[in-house]
Write a protein that binds this ligand. Structure first.
Ligand code: CA
Length: 222
């Protein structure tokens, strides 16, 4: 199995590469977040070991962008910080597990094995609300059986809403998920995309599914 290690400490990269190779894994490496993201988007890996503090693009950003692009490769986040909010944030942006530096190799191996035992989410994840269906594998959205063509942003907004089906999601969260960063400037743009999305999904339907939650943001429900 192929593992990508994204870590800027050359010494740790060498140690990880040696240890993982000895365990029978094939190891590819990247020394900064930008390069790591490029590799993760281009090649297919069975697992990614991702450092949190990285030059050019930090681990959270890399993780978020991968998940936004529907890449569900298991990710173990490494960090020297060990703060609770970092852990929560790491898992929030889509990391599967979290390991504090310094760690024992055996601990890492155990986490890797545990993650690889998990059923893959890559294969057909289907969301349903009423007669709206999103098939994340086929990248297809239908309402009452009719296919709806969405732009990539509309798709990501809908995907974010559906992942929290029934619960309210804040505007900031939506923007962060759909745009990835610099969310302050995108406030007006969000309104526009939401309007388009509603036109495509709810217009002409008996029941609207996308609802405004006053003072909070949006929710999707019947
Ligand atoms: Ca680092």
């Amino acid at each position: 199995m192929n593992i990508l290690v994204i870590e800027d400490e050359q010494k740790l990269v060498d140690i990880l590469k040696k240890a993982l190779t000895k365990q029978g894994y094939t190891v590819d490496t990247a020394l900064d977040g930008k390069k790591g993201l490029e590799k993760a988007l281009k090649n297919s890996y069975g697992l990614i070991i991702l450092d949190l503090m990285l030059p050019k693009k930090d681990g959270k950003e890399v993780c978020r962008e991968l998940r936004n692009r529907q890449i569900h490769t298991p990710i173990i986040m490494l960090t020297a910080l060990g703060l609770l909010e970092d852990k929560i944030h790491g898992l929030d942006v889509g990391a599967d597990d979290y390991l504090l530096k310094p760690f024992e190799m055996n601990e890492l191996f155990a986490r890797i094995r545990a993650l690889l035992r998990r059923p893959k989410v890559t294969d057909t994840l289907i969301y349903k609300v009423g007669d709206l269906v999103m098939d994340t594998k086929a990248h297809e959205v239908t309402r009452a059986g009719k296919r709806i063509a969405l732009t990539p942003k509309e798709y990501r907004i809908l995907d974010t809403l559906l992942r929290q089906k029934g619960g309210a999601i804040t505007r900031d969260e939506l923007i962060r998920e759909a745009w990835g960063q610099d969310f302050k400037e995108e406030n007006h743009e969000l309104n526009v995309h939401i309007r388009y999305l509603r036109n495509k999904i709810d217009k002409g339907q008996k029941k609207a599914l996308v609802h405004t939650v006053r003072g909070v943001g949006y929710t999707i429900k019947e």
